[in-house]
Unconditional design. Sequence first.
Length: 95
Amino acid sequence: MEEFFTWIGRTLGEIIRFVVDLLTGFFANIGDSARGFLQGLAGSLGISTSIVSLLILVVGLWMLWKAFRALTRRAIVATLIWLLLGFVVLSWLIY
């Protein structure tokens, strides 16, 4: 009877170890993938990979999205303002 519980304990331990190793590898690869994506994006745009540069990039793209949404509402003046602001912000980064 003792061997049976030893086998169950060992099997359960191996399953837990397998799940932990699987999750560790999964999350390590996600971090490497995200880092590679951000470095590739920044490299192709010619900007640094700092948090500030990436935040400014997001703000500039958000402004262009607002311009697109204003265009779909047929608000021409708002579209021009958002486009101008978006291009100015993005021009700070890309040189």
